[in-house]
Design a protein around this ligand. Structure first.
Ligand code: B12
Ligand code: SF4
Length: 532
């Protein structure tokens, strides 16, 4: 996996994992292959592709994202050298298959639609080079991913997908290009069966609902999925995370149910505090609201909010950089992914900029590497400098740790009984050594640690895990979350108010003898760009 924002290269080291999550697309494809085909998974993010693997295989099914373009080329070349047939699919090839040589068959778009056609042609000896579709799959018929192929202990989290597609229409977003505007879901029974499958295999850590916008249909969630998830979580307490749009903050009952169902972390596409830029990119669900208040409301309900931000919109003036910094700091969004605006193929932005003759070569596929494939209205040099300033500021120890405190003051951890695992304790000691002894942030680290200790033992427990070490929770001793309804918008937002409230809640927690503890996977949490 190339080092990107979400590959968590350094953070995973704390918890001794190789990758955040397994390749769900390939696992789903594997489940659609004829049952008499022996199948092996080689996820090159956790294991090297060896000559032995190649000698064993007749055919390699390859997947990847645009950012993995070069490693995909290398794998294809090795398969070609070893005489292994190559079938390629997934987001990378669906976005730019024309640029790849050495592939025998491109099976693009959703495998549920294109793979059966390919397999049937293959059986009849007339398989073609290219299979595509404009039709979107009915994922109620998708098989459960082949979890049995995965080396579970190499990953920090597992993935489950309930829905695909997003009803919104943000100009820069390629989710809708790849998966459409129609919000399609699996059945609740499918999702529970997938969760059961993972649980049966012994998985007890976090699960990432890799939906593009989980709240695409709130009614379906409230009446169907969430009640079933709440029931499933009884006696388990598996921490969940997902991606969704900010309008969750408008729906208190839904938020409560999500927390009760075990959701602890949500990635939200905030994009920009600038109303004109929001209008420009058609992020209508973010317009006309107090986004900082929305984030804090979700935090108070028990959700850690991670956020995606973009600079480089046509309406951005040079003041945008400072405004983004201030917004991020005020919101307490610890994991803030800030990117330069890019125009992925197939998006409306890509079409508009092509018409305006403002499109450059193919993008890197990494929205946070400081490159862009557009000609911005703002001077490019100025944009890059401003962008760097944002990153250097918000990820400087001073600002980062300050943000952690802002978050902790607001966050109301759902009450869950949790026991520390050996891995978490080890991760804590690693953090003490790496951040508190050799790290340049050591002063901030100890200040935060002391600040947290001072605020009470129960809070210290979860906070140290979520922010200092970033590990997942263990199994609850019994029961799942007991959400406290009184917390919604309960108290004022000023600092003194926060401090007083926190102490009260710490006391309440001690009295109730319930420790909260499900936290995101890694410091810097999870999930990717342009979603939610
Ligand atoms: C989970 C996820 C992650 C996870 C885990 C990734 C993993 N190990 O697979 C993490 C957090 C690590 C991640 C990281 C990143 N991600 Co990501 N991620 C996703 C997300 C939300 C879900 C992927 C998923 O599991 N889907 C469910 C499965 C079932 O669907 P699928 O993979 O698409 O597979 C289906 C088809 O594509 C096809 N298929 C897939 N593979 C194959 C192979 C063959 C042979 C065939 C026939 C068919 C086929 O059939 C499958 C069933 O229908 C997607 C958005 C999305 N909706 O897909 C973004 C997405 C894939 N990520 C994206 C990006 C940009 C990134 C990052 C670059 C972000 C960043 N800047 O850090 C990094 C790159 C990581 C790296 N360094 O390599 C983009 C990719 C765009 C593109 N065209 O390449 C997406 C589409 C989001 C977006 N709109 O921007 N990501
Ligand atoms: S950016 Fe998020 S809300 Fe907008 S269309 Fe894409 S997935 Fe939907």
């Amino acid at each position: 996996m190339p080092p990107t924002f979400w590959s968590f290269k350094r953070a995973l080291g704390f918890i001794g994992k190789k990758a955040s999550s397994p390749p769900l697309g390939l696992l789903t494809v594997a489940a659609m292959l004829p049952s008499d085909w022996p199948v092996r998974l080689v996820d090159t993010t956790v294991r090297k592709l060896t000559e032995k693997h190649l000698a064993w295989a007749d055919c390699a099914f390859i997947s990847g994202m645009v950012v993995q373009r070069e490693s995909a080329r290398a794998v294809i070349a090795r398969c070609n050298d070893a005489g292994v047939k190559v079938v390629a699919g997934g987001p990378l090839f669906t976005s730019e298959y024309e640029s790849f040589e050495g592939v025998d068959h491109f099976v693009l778009n959703e495998a549920e639609v294109t793979l059966p056609r390919f397999l049937s042609d293959l059986e009849r000896g007339c398989a073609e080079r290219l299979y595509t579709s404009t039709e979107f799959a009915d994922i109620r018929k998708s098989p459960a991913p082949r979890w049995d192929l995965v080396e579970l202990n190499r990953y920090a989290s597992m993935s489950v997908q309930y829905s695909r597609g997003c009803p919104y229409d943000c100009e820069f977003c390629n989710v809708t290009t790849l998966f459409g505007h129609k919000w399609r879901t699996k059945t609740t029974e499918q999702v529970i069966a997938e969760l059961d499958g993972l649980y049966t295999l012994g998985w007890r850590r976090g699960i990432f609902f890799v939906d593009d916008n989980l709240i695409g249909n709130r009614r379906a969630l409230k009446e169907d999925l969430l009640p079933a998830l709440i029931a499933w979580q009884k006696g388990k307490g598996i921490p969940l995370q997902t991606q969704l749009s900010i309008d969750l903050a408008d729906d208190e009952p839904l938020t409560r149910m999500m927390v009760e169902a075990g959701f602890r972390t949500v990635f939200v596409g905030i994009e920009t505090p600038d109303e004109e830029s929001l209008a420009e990119c058609n992020k209508r669900q973010n317009k006309g609201r107090n986004l900082v208040d929305d984030v804090k409301r979700l935090q108070r309900a028990g959700l850690e909010v991670q956020g995606g931000f973009i600079v480089g919109f046509d309406h951005d003036s040079p003041s945008i950089f400072q405004r983004q910094i201030e917004f991020i700091q005020r919101s307490g969004i610890v994991t803030a992914m800030v990117g330069l605006l890019q125009a992925p193929p197939g998006t409306r932005l890509n079409e508009r900029l092509r018409r305006e003759d403002r499109l450059l070569e193919r993008g890197s596929g990494d929205n946070v590497d400081g490159t862009t494939n557009i000609v911005p209205v703002m001077n490019l040099q100025l944009l890059r400098e401003g962008y760097e300033r944002i990153l250097n500021t918000i990820y400087s120890p001073k600002h980062y740790y300050k943000r952690v405190r802002t978050f902790l003051r607001e966050y109301r951890a759902p009450a869950i009984r949790d026991s520390l695992t050996a891995r978490q304790i080890l991760a804590f000691f690693r953090s003490v050594y790496r951040l508190g002894i050799v790290g340049r942030e050591r002063l901030q680290y100890w200040k935060l640690l002391l600040w947290t200790v001072f605020r009470g033992p129960s809070d210290f427990r979860w906070r140290s895990r979520s922010r200092f070490t970033g590990t997942t929770s263990g199994r609850p001793a019994s029961g799942t979350s007991c959400h406290r309804s009184s917390q919604w918008d309960a108290l004022p937002l000023d600092d003194t108010g926060h401090a007083r409230r926190s102490l009260r809640i710490v006391r309440r927690k001690l009295t109730a003898n319930c420790l909260c503890g499900v936290s995101p996977l890694v410091p810097g949490g999870f999930e990717p760009p342009s979603t939610g």
